[in-house]
Design a protein around this ligand. Structure first.
Ligand SMILES: [Cu+2]
Length: 418
């Protein structure tokens, strides 16, 4: 039944592309773009539709034993939040809140500030930041991380659905109108109240040495609308562009006694956002996403996703950083602590969807294409290998290899996107 739905949707998507040639967004006047984003067929979605079909054909014809385990009869379909019914949205929201009420599994000595099950994931992300960003395992690790979070929602919080994503391009010109950020009772909360007004911009990559200056938006303070208005933020910050965030009890990089605990002390505060259409409209619009998906090789894709080479030069932010700064604030703008905003998983499911699309435009050559090293932004470190092992600390049990995470229909996974 689900498989039929996938192929029907893909077919409709492809048909739509024929009859509705979307205007080049770069030539669309700014005030018309919002409407265009809602009515047109996105080129990036057409590519995703082609990828979905390609992946099934590739798996059926060249991955026999795996195909028996994962095929259109049992594959899970991840959808955009706007495609969820009201009840499905409420069930997801309830499960995320449930995570914040379950006790943590991380021992207190390893993460003194971890107060709940949601924090186990955040603590793991903080702890491993240098080994999972701007590295060869970046995409694979975050694929597994997002999947493990989805599994935990299901296995420990009774959620029956799957992880939603935020289709950047669809809401690029007005992210606050997206059902995931509109502040309604079926959203992941809205913008923050006006706050952090002593800061005029957020610097990318840092406030000290900004290559790009994101202007302060209309928020910056606590999120007071929607189901996450009382959301507890317990960990971090470690490295934030918001000057209005109180420091973590463990913030001293030069103190050996704090090694392994940076950002993991208890620092309770509200969830803050400064939603930025300025950011999303420039770097996550359909033209930008399509250009990324048309990258000829993994090296180009890897760099472009993370801000180009050299990173953030030539006024280029890349979809990864731009997605994080679409919500910004605290902890959303913190490289280490960003999974403390539950919207993180909507963005990273879309990161995964972009990688999945790129891979499956040419699955034979790209499913196992790898680029990068084992140390953050260090091209001289050893290259990441398919045989490298990954773990999620106390958030989720077991280890898998990078190779296990290269296909959404391999390793522990069996899912697709529409
Ligand atoms: Cu990350």
């Amino acid at each position: 039944m689900r498989a039929v739905a996938v192929f029907l949707a893909v077919a409709l998507c492809a048909q739509g592309a024929v009859i509705d040639a979307r205007d080049d967004p770069s030539t669309t006047p700014f005030d018309k773009r919002e409407a265009a984003s809602f009515t047109g067929i996105l080129q990036s979605d057409v590519l995703a539709g082609i990828a979905a079909i390609n992946q099934q054909i590739y798996q059926a014809t060249s991955a026999g034993s795996q195909w028996k385990k994962c095929n259109p009869m049992n594959i899970v379909v991840r959808r955009e939040w706007s495609a969820f019914s009201k009840t499905e949205k409420k069930n997801y929201i309830q499960a995320v809140k449930c995570m914040s009420k379950l006790p943590p599994k991380t021992p207190k000595a390893k993460c003194p500030g971890c107060k709940n099950r949601f924090d186990d994931f955040l603590g793991t992300h903080i702890n491993q930041t240098f080994a999972i960003h701007n590295t060869g395992n970046f995409l694979a690790w975050h694929r597994w991380f997002t999947w493990a979070y989805e599994q935990t929602l299901r296995n420990e919080c009774g959620y029956k659905g799957y992880q939603p994503y935020h289709n950047w391009a669809r809401w690029a010109y007005n992210p606050m109108a997206s059902p995931s950020l509109d502040g309604s009772d079926t959203s992941m909360g809205g913008n923050g109240e006006k706050g952090c007004t002593n800061q005029s911009y957020y610097g990318i990559p840092t406030n000290m040495d900004p290559q790009i200056q994101i202007p302060h938006g209309s928020g910056g303070g606590c999120v007071k609308s929607g189901p996450f208005k009382d959301w507890p933020v317990n960990l971090g910050p470690v490295f934030t562009d918001s000057l209005c965030t109180p420091p973590n009890p463990y913030s001293n990089f030069s103190d050996p006694a704090q090694a392994g605990l940076l950002g993991l002390g208890h620092n309770p505060r509200c969830l803050k956002r400064d939603i930025s259409a300025w950011t999303s409209s420039q770097w996550t619009n359909d033209a930008m996403v399509t250009k990324l998906l048309n990258s000829p090789d993994i090296k180009t894709f890897w760099y472009d996703m993370q801000g180009g080479n050299p990173a953030f030069a030539n006024n280029f932010m890349g979809v990864h950083t731009a997605g994080h700064f679409t919500v910004g604030g605290d902890p959303g703008s913190d490289f280490f602590t960003s999974p403390g905003d539950p919207w993180f998983y909507f963005h990273h499911a879309q990161i995964d969807r972009a990688w999945w699309t790129w891979q499956n435009l040419q699955p034979k050559d790209r499913t196992k294409a790898l680029y990068g090293t084992i140390v953050i932004a260090d091209p001289t470190a050893p290259a990441t290998k398919l045989t490298d092992s990954m773990n999620l600390g106390y958030a989720y049990p077991g280890t898998i290899t990078v190779e296990d995470a290269m296909s959404t229909m391999g390793g522990p996974f069996c899912y697709t996107y529409i």
